[in-house]
Write a new protein. Structure first.
Length: 694
């Protein structure tokens, strides 16, 4: 039994160490604990052959240290700061107690049972405190393992105290000893399996969470593009985050017009009385997390509200609301002005991980876009209301154009253009229009003279700010008895820039800047229609990186992101501007190659040539420069290749999904062929095969 326990501990410890190397510090702690556990039983087994200090005192110190490492590993897995004095106190007690009780076997049995039971209880309590936040089934297996250890200790102590069994030496065979050792083996197996499963399940949950977050972000941007009201949009955002990140309670607080106090806000999961305290609160240093973040424009992390001085004035309200930590990120406009704060609360003390920091920064930026876009929309509506009163003193640029000459310009237009009225009147309207927009302006002017009323964007050349976007609207009327147009000009440069930011978010991958799946499908649909008209072939390449996951596992997702950015750069450098390189998801990329050749064989050769160059480029070594705090950048070299699937097309609009599936199938053939390979899905051969089968 001793031999089995020792071998089980050492083998499981070494195996877990191999899995955890450079990736999971908590698993390394558990690996060390298993090896220490095996060492303790090895010393037990040598009782009588080595000094009692080694076989009794050191052996029990090793067991107690192993359990302390298990508990510390659980706390680190939960991203909590361990109270080491409490975790390691049983080790100190074991060192003193077993030295004193060296000659009292019955007392030693009781002391060991009490110490190890207390450590098992600490592990169970730690696991229970974050039970809901821990994903998967690993926690149940771990709980069974800890409970088994606790049961062994309690049974052992009970039979010794009641005198039901007398054990002369620890290696003596008896029913109690047999039960103890068998249960110990089972407990170790359950502990090891539970710990490994918990780490694996957390990694899988993180990947799924990233996918869901990206999907949710796209949904928010789509609602933003549709003009959903700001409060409704912010409520949807906050509730969606809380649904996808259980344990988080979110709030968005907006500053009032003066930027000195909190005004409106959205926090559906926080108690009403707590929101009432925050409403109309003056911002400033020391005013909680949000007040400080809004005043300083810097992120404020408070992982324990009860102990932080910034929360002293609101500690009672926070405790009543059941809030224990608060991370607040300022919401900044495109110009760097503070618009409000995006905050995340937890009901227990909680420090953010690097992934959490990236998460709150991302959604604070998204909230900024929503707020600014909403304000732009409100301002535009107000402008449209003012248009009805422009003739009686509007605050917008107004001019009267007769023929091509400007006959009237109000002070606001002079201010916008940056020139006095005397230098504007009598000149052609085209003198102030960007040369690329002149033909459009004259075409639209002819439409307006025919009685049409509409508005459109145009670039106007200003004296001090260069070309700026204006929305030009107007109507036909008489000026001094002759037809003329009354024109209204509104500066929409900021709105144009905001629209571009929204479009960039909605149709491009945030990491690489490449078109995302949505834009890829649009480009592929256009390519299908284009090649049907021209009769030329196009090609679709589906690429999946080989040997990418080990880089993520060893160095983390930040380094993996650097490699994906480099892959995108290499692919873009290989194709023409008319072609498309898109990130399909994860480490998958898709390339659309246009206008290859009318002849299938020539197009086939051309596509393989491009694919070969891509494979050669992606196989070259990657040297990734990773920024290090307070140190020179670290240089990481990594090698990976790609599996590439290629399919040719010649029109057939409506078959985009089918072509993607065919390219994907060819890519998997390349994977199965040993990776770092190119496979072509032969559409003609497949069609002929289907014809024969039919």
């Amino acid at each position: 039994m001793f031999l089995v326990i020792m071998l089980t501990c050492v083998v499981m410890g070494v195996a877990i160490a191999g899995i955890a190397y450079r990736r999971h510090a908590d698993l390394l702690l558990w690996s060390a604990g298993l090896i220490l556990h095996g060492l303790g039983y090895a010393l037990y087994s040598l009782r009588g052959q080595i000094a009692d200090v080694l076989s009794i005192v050191v052996a029990n110190i090793a067991i107690a240290s192993a359990l302390a490492l298990f508990c510390e590993g659980i706390l680190r897995f939960q991203e909590r700061v361990p109270q080491r004095w409490l975790l390691w106190m049983p080790v100190a007690i074991a060192a003193v107690g077993f030295s004193v009780l060296l000659d009292n076997q019955r007392a030693r049995f009781v002391l060991a049972s009490l110490l190890f039971s207390a450590q098992a209880v600490m592990m169970l309590v730690s696991l229970r405190q974050r039970w809901r936040e821990t994903p998967g089934r690993g926690k149940y297996i771990l709980a069974v393992g800890i409970t088994t250890v606790l049961g062994v200790m309690l049974v052992r102590m009970t039979v010794v105290l009641l005198g039901l069994v007398r054990i002369a030496v620890v290696t003596e065979s008896s029913p109690v000893q047999t039960y103890t050792y068998v249960a110990t083996i089972l407990g170790i197996l359950f502990l090891s399996l539970g710990l490994v499963m918990m780490n694996q399940e957390r990694a899988e949950q993180a990947l799924e969470r990233e996918r869901q977050t990206e999907l949710f972000r796209s949904q928010i941007l789509e609602q933003l593009s549709r003009g959903v009201p700001l409060r409704q949009l912010l409520t949807t955002m906050v509730q969606g985050i809380e649904q996808r990140r259980p344990g988080m309670l979110c709030s968005v607080l907006l500053l009032d017009r003066d930027g000195k106090r909190f005004g409106d806000g959205v926090a559906p999961s926080l108690p009403t009385f707590f929101n009432d305290v925050v409403h109309n609160l003056s911002i400033g240093p020391g005013v909680g997390s949000c007040g400080t973040a809004a005043a300083t424009g810097q992120r404020v992390i408070v992982d324990d509200i009860a102990r932080h001085p910034d929360w002293a004035p609101f500690a009672a309200q926070a405790a009543q609301a059941g809030l224990a930590s608060c991370w607040s990120q300022p919401i900044l406009s495109a110009k760097g002005d503070v618009l409000g704060t995006f905050a995340i609360y937890h009901r227990e003390p909680h420090a953010p991980s690097p992934a959490d920091i990236g998460f709150i920064e991302q959604f604070a930026s998204l909230t900024s876009i929503a707020i600014e876009r909403s304000r732009e929309t409100v301002q535009l509506r107000q402008s449209e209301e003012r248009y009805r009163r422009l003739v009686n003193g509007a605050n917008e640029g107004i001019c009267v154009v007769q023929g091509e000459s400007i006959r009237f310009a109000n002070p606001k237009l002079c201010e916008l253009i940056g020139q006095p009225e005397a230098q504007i009147l009598g000149r052609s309207i085209l003198d102030f229009i960007h040369e690329d927009d002149g033909e459009m302006v004259m075409r639209n002017r002819r439409r307006r003279l025919q009685g049409e009323e509409f508005q459109y964007p145009v670039r106007v050349m200003t004296q001090h700010q260069g070309a700026r976007w204006f929305e030009l609207s107007g109507t036909l009327f008489e000026w001094e008895g002759n037809p003329a147009t009354l024109n209204f000009l509104t500066d929409i440069t900021d709105r144009k820039q905001m629209d571009e930011r929204v479009r960039q978010f909605a149709y491009h991958d945030a990491l690489t800047g490449l078109p995302n799946r949505r834009l890829l499908m649009d480009r592929l649909q256009l390519a299908m229609a284009r090649h049907k008209r021209s009769g030329q072939h196009g090609a679709l390449m589906f690429l999946d990186l080989d040997n990418f996951k080990p880089l993520n596992d060893r160095h983390g997702h930040d380094v993996g992101d650097l490699l994906l950015i480099e892959v995108a750069r290499r692919l873009k450098s290989l194709v023409r501007e008319a072609d498309t390189v898109a990130r399909f998801g994860g480490d998958e990329f898709v390339v659309i190659i246009n206008d290859l050749d009318v002849a299938y064989e020539a197009a086939h050769v051309h596509a393989l040539t491009v694919a070969g160059k891509a494979l050669e480029s992606l196989t070259a070594a990657y040297r990734l420069s990773v920024p290090q705090p307070h140190e020179d950048d670290a240089l990481i070299e990594h090698r990976c290749s790609a599996s590439i699937g290629v399919v040719l097309f010649q029109g057939e609009p409506g078959t985009e999904d089918e072509r993607l599936k065919q390219a994907d199938a060819a890519m998997y053939q390349a994977k199965q062929a040993g990776r770092q390979a190119i496979k072509v899905y032969d559409v003609r051969a497949q069609a002929e095969r289907r014809g024969l089968l039919a």
